[in-house]
Write a protein that binds this ligand. Structure first.
Ligand code: NAG
Ligand code: NAG
Ligand code: NAG
Ligand code: NAG
Ligand code: NAG
Length: 505
């Protein structure tokens, strides 16, 4: 009896020691985590003496909604962000009983995905682009992988030796990280780009109305390269009428659970002055609000992060954006050549649509005044901050575009809805892009709309010539839609064509 009593006590004491150790570890890791949270590089950037005072002034512009903050006192900024970081440390998107989802901040963290690996011979290879089965290199890559020493510095410095990796088809450059759409683009510095130690964070901003199928396609396409999606929804249509907050409802009812940890929800609850008379005002304002509200709620932003703004019907292909994330040495602003189609991917139009869509956060703030609509216009060189910014980067900034007229780097799918969706787009279209077909009764008739979809015709009565398409062709449609062919078949093949072939998937 006594013996077992003693052993129980010893065991209890051991447990106590064990618990104390656990507690210690917990406290230490908590402190570490806490410190990491505070490590807001933007603030370090601001406070480093070598960085320009200009930046300080500039950043007072970002915080649109805090007009009177004293930005001369860096301690104040620090305290402010510190507070917000604390609030945000564990919840990003939970169902807000208080309806404050549109006020939640979003904290950006570095992406620790090991995109590159180092071979024993010293080559730095992009995993996905490298042919791992290539005889000798295969063994070396694996060997290296098993070693514990994977300091990122080693990897990148070794890269300077430029030992070539054996590339998979579709990947180029000494590190096999340059996709064909960049390799065949007009990027002037193509041969000088280098892999980064730490990937840039990518911010993708869009306005949403009712393009939900394309939204799923975007999220799946870009899920692993975009760090945060800024998605703006309004309770007004672009025309000025009330609309339900469908996207909010879908976030709350679980439709986007697979991606909601990366969504920053933006709610535009007002309509700009004059937006009813001149629809272009609303058109611009949507992008302005999207950028200013969204960027003001991001914490931990770095000046070399990538800002990417698209319309809901423009979906960049993942590999092009991944290149921006993983490489240094490209110039800006960055356009994207997109495959153009109407009503679905089957009515392909000639040529590509090249839209300026991306730049660094630095350029967004210093040149574009934190307004995404200005990036989409092609007049960056005449903007007041441009020369100064160009000078600060120490090189000549030439725009370039991912892809080329014959290498699609994304999809622009116009009016890609079922007939009911086309009807909804007609009636919610802004009041300025004339003729406004939603103003004509006969154009809103669903049978009329179906006939347009069948023939590829336009509301003005024209029926353009389209090149033939084949669902098997390269870059026909985003992968997610093709992978779920039956669900999205209305976008992949003409639903009203006489001959229909169902694909077995
Ligand atoms: C904070 O950032 C600095 C420089 O970016 C880095 O050296 C340091 O390790 C970081 N600390 C933590 C706790 O992440
Ligand atoms: C890691 O690699 C570096 C450079 O090759 C070397 O100096 C260092 O000793 C290595 N560390 C370990 C733990 O192997
Ligand atoms: C949009 O939401 C705002 C804030 O909730 C409200 O004041 C406004 O009346 C709403 N507008 C419409 C058209 O529903
Ligand atoms: C979620 O909400 C949307 C929009 O209101 C609706 O269409 C959809 O059916 C809902 N889904 C679920 C699973 O409730
Ligand atoms: C460009 O930068 C240099 C210093 O880096 C400065 O001396 C010069 O005045 C700048 N020029 C313009 C136009 O800002």
């Amino acid at each position: 009896m006594g013996r077992s009593h003693l052993s129980v006590r010893i065991r209890i004491r051991r447990h106590k020691v064990f618990l104390l150790c656990l507690l210690g570890i917990f406290v230490i890791s908590f402190l570490h985590y806490y410190k990491a949270l505070h490590n807001i590089s933007l603030l370090q950037e601001l406070s480093s003496p070598s960085t320009h005072l200009k930046t300080l002034k500039l950043f007072s512009g970002i915080f649109w909604s805090f007009p009177a903050t004293d930005f001369n006192s860096q301690n104040d900024i620090y305290k402010h962000s510190h507070l917000k970081a604390k609030l945000d440390s564990n919840v990003i998107l939970t169902d807000p009983p208080d309806g404050t989802l549109h006020k939640h901040p979003f904290v950006l963290h570095d992406d620790s995905t090991p995109f590159f690996i180092q071979t024993k011979s010293g080559a730095v290879c992009y995993r996905e682009g490298t042919d791992m089965d290539n005889s000798a290199s295969h063994r070396r890559l694996l060997q290296h992988n098993n070693k514990k020493n994977t300091s990122k510095d080693n990897i990148i410095n070794a890269g300077k030796k430029v030992v070539r990796c054996p590339c998979q088809q579709g990947w180029h450059g000494p590190h096999c990280g340059i996709p064909t759409i960049v390799y065949h683009s007009n990027l002037p510095s193509k041969s000088k780009v280098t892999p980064r130690k730490v990937p840039r964070r990518v911010i993708n901003a869009i306005n949403i109305n009712h393009e939900f199928d394309l939204l799923h396609a975007r999220f799946h396409e870009l899920a692993d390269v975009v760090d945060v999606f800024l998605v703006c929804e309004s309770n007004f249509t672009a025309y000025g009428e009330t609309r339900p907050l469908y996207f909010l409802q879908m976030i709350l009812n679980g439709t986007f659970d697979y991606i909601k940890h990366k969504i920053l929800y933006i709610f535009l609850d007002h309509f700009p002055d004059g937006g009813r008379a001149d629809g272009w005002i609303m058109d611009d304002y949507l992008r302005t609000y999207l950028t200013k509200n969204g960027m003001s709620r991001i914490q931990g932003l770095k000046l070399d992060d990538v800002f990417l703004i698209n319309d809901a019907d423009e979906i960049p292909v993942r590999d092009g954006i991944l290149f921006l994330k993983l490489y240094d040495g490209w110039t800006e602003p960055v356009g994207i050549h997109m495959r153009k189609s109407l009503y679905g991917f089957y009515w392909k139009q000639f040529g590509t649509l090249n839209i300026l869509s991306a730049c660094t956060a630095a350029m967004l703030f210093k040149v574009y005044k934190n307004d995404g609509i200005l990036l989409r216009r092609r007049s960056y060189y005449s903007m007041s901050g441009f020369r100064e910014y160009e000078n600060s980067t120490g090189r000549i900034l030439l725009p370039w575009a991912i892809g080329s007229p014959v290498h699609y780097a994304g999809w622009h799918c116009s009016w890609c809805f079922k007939p009911e969706g086309i009807y909804y787009k007609l009636i919610s279209a802004q009041n300025g892009d004339f003729p406004r077909w939603g103003d004509y009764g006969e154009k809103k008739n669903l049978n009329y709309i179906k006939e347009l979809v069948r023939t590829g015709g336009w509301f003005d009565g024209s029926v353009p010539n389209y090149p033939p398409t084949d669902t098997e062709e390269h870059m026909y449609a985003p992968k997610y839609l093709l992978d779920n062919y039956n669900k999205y078949s209305y976008l992949l093949e003409n639903p009203y064509a006489k001959e229909k072939h169902t694909k077995l998937t």
